[in-house]
Design a protein around this ligand. Structure first.
Ligand code: BES
Ligand code: MN
Length: 445
């Protein structure tokens, strides 16, 4: 076993390697959304296996028909020691418009202490944190380690249940570290205590068999885009609260987050007011939210003086812990159907749902994590909710009912996950590697 000081020095020394590993992964455009080259997901799985192998794991790719490969890395437990399962995902979100990025999304660059590139924070840093923590122990951590890195989290982990069913025996652990969450602030760690769930659906409205002249028939005859806009507008009340009936709400610790800080984190324009009732953290973590993610309708450049016959939108609702996801989906669908004006035809198609989750943060593993954070970070850890969703946490809890689940990650509110210019703070990356190395040490006792 190493002392805390020795581990700190070792991690410092390892950072060029850890960063190199992250750069290697970021260079691979492993986008799991359909329509992107699946060979890139195989390449990122292979690169992940190489990194874990170099860190000291015995590695192999896990295959399920039709799913991107997952990666398994193993180091057997020393006699009498517990085993920890370390989770991350090697797939990433699409880039969106490349013109919005200040640099190539798949060519990592450093600026002001942060490393930029798609997946730098969500979630390729998770992979290199695990590898780095193992390297800090020279490939011989004082506990058994199983690393499991999946390749379809950003597409909702549709095959995770199958992976757990087929390979579950090899994944058994006393504690599970899911490095797919994030920190409270740059330099200030977060212990994630809750996650919101998510339900999404597509709505299509139709008013006409075909487009007609907007001047000739506009007036008595409604266009579908106006119908869609009115339907979508019904999803919030005047104050911006979610208007779908019957969705659970709760309260969260307000912590020390001010409106001013939230505005900075999100780039909210000065004239725009925050919406909804309740504290800011209530609204982000313990109340539902609804967003319209996209609309299929004529582009301005293709639009002409016609009444648009049909239009489509994708609607996503986040739901707090305590809310059943299936009931939430039904409530959203019912709301949409019943708010379409003027008798327009409507089709609503569910697009997937994920459960919310409330984490139990007691026990030996959490003591080990808290002590590790205390040592590795300059500021105290904050028990925080997350507004994002990690639906598979529920699957892990079901598969390993006796294991503690710990949600960590090096991302922070400035990481721009899913957006352009995604980044990770390199200081937090180092602190996260150290924290995980210390956690493994602490858990061994
Ligand atoms: N890492 C995120 C979840 C997350 C977001 C945790 C923000 C903490 C803060 C994860 O990769 C993710 O984006 N999940 C999706 C789930 C969806 C694809 C079912 C999400 O929340 O949109
Ligand atoms: Mn993620």
């Amino acid at each position: 076993m190493k002392t805390q000081v020795e581990l700190g020095a070792r991690v410092r020394e390892l950072m060029p390697t850890v960063r190199g590993d992250l750069e290697t992964l970021v260079r691979i455009p492993s986008i799991s959304h359909p329509g992107h080259d699946p060979r890139e997901l195989r390449r990122s799985a292979e690169a992940t296996a190489t990194i874990l192998g170099a860190a000291g794991c015995e590695t192999r790719l896990l295959e399920i028909e039709g799913a991107p490969p997952a990666v398994l890395g193993r180091i057997p437990a020393p006699a009498g020691a517990p085993t920890v399962l370390l989770y991350a995902h090697h797939d990433v979100q699409p880039t969106g418009a490349r013109t919005l990025w200040h640099s190539d999304p798949f060519e990592p660059i450093e600026k002001d202490g942060r490393l930029y590139g798609r997946g730098s924070s969500d979630d390729k840093c998770g992979v290199v944190i695990h590898a780095g923590a193992i390297r800090a122990h020279d490939g011989h951590p004082p506990v058994g380690v199983t690393v499991f890195v999946e390749g379809e989290e950003e597409w909702g982990s549709p095959n995770l249940g199958k992976f757990l069913a087929r390979y579950g025996d090899q994944l058994k652990a006393d504690a599970v570290v899911l490095a797919d969450s994030g920190n409270w602030r740059t330099g200030q760690p977060g212990i994630t205590i809750s996650l919101r769930g998510i339900v999404a659906c597509d709505i299509e409205v139709r008013t006409l068999d075909h487009a007609v002249h907007s001047g000739e028939f506009g007036g008595p005859v409604p266009d579908a885009l106006t119908v869609l806009a009115k339907t979508l507008a019904s999803l919030h009340d005047e104050k911006g609260n979610v208007a779908v009936k019957g969705i659970a709400t709760g309260t969260a610790d307000p912590l020390d987050l001010t409106e001013e800080e939230l505005r900075k984190q999100t780039g909210l324009r000065p004239s725009v007011r925050l919406i909804g009732d309740g504290g800011i953290t209530d609204r982000m973590w313990m109340r539902p939210s609804i967003s319209v993610l996209g609309i299929d309708a004529p582009k301005l450049t293709e639009s002409t003086n016609q009444l648009v016959p049909s239009a489509k939108a994708r609607v996503s609702m986040r739901i707090p812990p305590g809310q059943d996801h299936e009931a939430a989906m039904q409530a959203l669908i019912d709301h949409l159907r019943s708010h379409v004006p003027w008798g327009a035809e409507v089709k609503v198609e569910p697009r997937g749902a994920g459960r919310p989750y409330r984490v139990k943060t007691e026990g030996k593993a959490y003591d080990a994590l808290r002590a590790a954070f205390k040592e590795a970070f300059p500021k105290p850890a904050v028990e925080m909710g997350q507004g994002g969703s990690i639906p598979f946490v529920f699957d892990f809890a079901k598969a390993f009912p006796n294991a503690a689940l710990l949600l960590t990650g090096a991302s922070d509110p400035f990481s721009n996950a899913h957006s352009e210019d995604e980044s990770v703070d390199l200081g937090d990356l180092e602190r996260s590697v150290l924290a995980e190395a210390l956690f493994l040490q602490n858990l061994a006792g």
